[in-house]
Design a protein around this ligand. Structure first.
Ligand SMILES: *Cc1c(COP(=O)(O)O)cnc(C)c1O
Length: 381
């Protein structure tokens, strides 16, 4: 009897074809592994996707955010409003630049900053906002952009999870003075490690290129450094991988949509789950597929049951203000941002990539149903 081999499920997996292999090989054979034409091509392609004039490719999304903060001239003592429901880099970048993150709670629909609370949190020390598009969903960028303009604050859009999504027909990555994308292997598009800052402002673009390149001037004179810079350049191998991925952007996005559609259908009617939703006026190129486990079922218990059945899953995110470093430095406590904390206690990221087939999605959905049945219901208080 032949044993059926079931491939292990993974939370995420990059989609690499012969095109990626060919373009990376071409760079290897060219001998030009850094400071070459691939990064320029990648910058132009990524900027075009966001409807921006300039792209400045960086060695990670975090590096792009760090540079973004420096181009906004964050001074010590300045407060920057941002969300506690995010990946750590969107808040750390404010600290790198000497500013102080001022967390504001989220809306439960968009999972992004609540514009009303942003307005209330403003203080004379507020200089800007870092707004984050979470899971690929646009936050209320139109309202936040308007508010920032009224108050004379700058806006940086952390679109590191949002490439290919739109709000009111406008691409994510096109809001505020500067936006960033990230290309870690689990993102919609990968370069291995990598990120990019996109902007329409030629002064910001020139400043960012200098900061990325050891503080060299625009002319790039090798041993002349006009400011304190960094080595945050994207190498040519990574850029080639990115060029190939962006050539396949429509195909990759269509596959993600298909996998989401399979999940939505397979999980329809599971009454203890809230499925991801697309808000009116938005189109979402999902970064992760995250469901919410409704009380009284316990998310961690469901996760443990899934793990027993060989299905990986992950809580997503753990609130930033409750990270040990932030608690110690700023004295945050549980209860400070209740919407963020409630959402964070319910989220469950399921295996999601363009390489998942319909049968694998059914396998996850079946396991989730079983996990729900097996999960002990927490006794109501
Ligand atoms: C991925 C991501 C980043 C950047 O991460 P890197 O690993 O440095 O590329 C920044 N912000 C958010 C919200 C992210 O998801």
């Amino acid at each position: 009897m032949q044993r059926q081999v079931v491939a292990p499920l993974e939370l995420a997996r990059p989609d690499i074809t012969q095109l990626e292999v060919d373009l990376v090989s071409r760079v290897l054979q060219s001998g030009m592994l850094a400071l070459g034409p691939m990064a320029h091509e990648f910058e132009a392609d990524a900027a075009r996707l966001a409807g921006r004039r300039y792209g400045v490719a960086c060695s990670s999304g975090t590096a792009a955010l760090h540079i973004a903060m420096l181009t906004m001239a964050v001074e010590p003592g300045a407060e920057v409003i941002t969300t506690p429901f995010s990946f750590i880099a969107s808040s750390n970048c404010i600290l790198y630049a000497g500013g102080t993150p001022r967390f504001v709670d989220i809306e439960q629909e968009t999972l992004g900053l609540d514009p009303t609370l942003v307005e209330e949190a403003a203080s004379p020390a507020t200089v800007g906002v870092v707004a984050v598009d979470v899971f690929g969903k646009p936050c209320r960028l139109d309202s936040i952009e308007r508010l920032a303009a009224e108050r004379g604050w700058w806006l940086v859009e952390d679109a590191c999870e949002g490439i290919g999504s739109t709000l009111g027909g406008r691409a994510l990555g096109s809001f505020g003075a500067v936006s960033t994308f990230a290309f870690y292997p689990n993102k919609q598009v990968t370069t291995g490690e990598g990120g990019i800052l996109v902007t329409d402002d030629d002064g910001i673009a020139a400043h960012a290129r200098s900061l990325r390149n050891q503080g060299r001037d625009e002319d790039g004179t090798w041993l002349r450094h006009v400011r304190l810079g960094f080595n945050y350049r994207l190498d040519e191998l990574s850029a080639a991988l990115g060029v190939a991925q962006l050539r396949r952007f429509e195909e990759l996005s269509a596959k993600r949509r298909q996998v989401v559609a399979w999940y939505q259908e397979a999980l329809d009617g599971v009454d203890w789950l809230t499925l991801p939703r697309t808000e009116p006026g938005t189109a979402v190129n999902w970064f992760v597929y995250v469901v919410r486990v409704a009380a009284p079922l316990d998310r961690d218990e469901v996760m443990a049951q899934l793990a027993d059945m060989g299905v990986p899953s992950r809580p997503y995110f753990t609130p930033l203000h409750l990270q040990p470093y932030y608690r110690e430095r700023f004295g945050y406590r549980p209860g400070d941002f209740p919407v963020t904390e409630r959402v964070a206690s319910e989220t469950l990221a399921l295996p999601f990539s363009t390489l998942l087939g319909a049968d694998e999605v059914s396998r996850v959905a079946d396991a989730l149903r079983v996990a729900g049945r097996r999960t002990r219901i927490r006794a109501p208080a």
